[in-house]
Design a protein around this ligand. Sequence first.
Ligand SMILES: [Zn+2]
Length: 126
Amino acid sequence: MPRDMSRHATRGHCPPQMFLLCSFLGLPSFHRQDMAGIKRALDRDLERDRRATTLADLAALGHDVFCWCNRCGHNAVLPTPLLAERLGAAMPVPDVGAHLRCTGCGTRDIATRPAWPSPGLVSRHG
Ligand SMILES: [Zn+2]
């Protein structure tokens, strides 16, 4: 029985560690189709993400907006309801930064993202 297994392994034209490479080279046309499918899936994900993160979504979740100055590193968490009132609830969170001005250095080069609770806090909460 052990001899049969070892003979089977050595009879294969692909050594085990080469299997991935062999399957890649053996299926060039499928590979190209897979890449197109992956690209479409990625685009779909990005599109969905862009739509999902609006001020209205964050307000519904009860999260605020984290703002970071790309020039001087000044950062702050702004209340989502305040931003939604000024900029509109349909404003995507990454676009909020274009409407802000840094209180530290005065630049408008501000990055914004949802101020998600840290994973540590979430796990401790349960
Ligand atoms: Zn600044």
